[in-house]
Ligand binder design. Sequence first.
Ligand code: B4P
Length: 191
Amino acid sequence: MFNLILFGPPGSGKGTQSANIITTYKLNHISTGDLLRDEIDRKTALGLEAKKFMDQGQLVPDAVVIGMIGSKLDENPDARGFIFDGFPRTTAQAEALDKLLQLKNTAVNALLSLEVPEDELKRRLIARGADSGRSDDQEDVIEKRIIEYKSKTEPVSEHYARQGKHTRIKGDGSIDETFVLLRKEIDKHLQ
Ligand code: B4P
């Protein structure tokens, strides 16, 4: 089994590159952002609760997100591996993920961290907000998401650096250029 965390700030290309990776490597994609937006669209109790946090640029509480991941892993017992997109976003989520995978006799193989300057992140998210109307892609909310990332999410990369699993990937080129860099790194693990 090959388990990859695609990591980086909001707008760094996690969702975009996950789509490329799942096509090429046939891994199961778990995006907590997509799962939460699906709950919001279906107006479930979980979705209504999550929306309050997402619209403010805040992280959704750990217990909610960890519960969703546990169910997704159980739904796919025969997967070749998983790509985790937007998860874990806190050290508590990382510790929970390590335990959930351990129960399945597997572990995180690598965390690939997309590095993109802040002005480019903002440019991408504002552009997406203009097209999609996504309520968290508005300038004031984007600022808050970046602050949340720095204080709560960046420590996750240190958690996996301590396990020798953290690699930085230059993420400010085009979508295709970034995918070439990601492939080189993933191929090293799969050889
Ligand atoms: P996510 O859905 O994960 O959103 P994101 O961080 O903005 O990344 P995304 O994957 O969508 O964007 P991408 O960089 O691909 O999270 C949304 C919210 O959900 C969070 O703020 C939080 O509230 C909540 N949440 C999710 N997971 C959680 C968790 N684990 N715990 C707690 N809360 C959680 O793309 C952005 C734009 O850039 C796109 O328009 C794309 O086309 C463009 N782009 C990408 N790569 C590009 C490139 N190389 N060049 C030019 N443009 C590019």
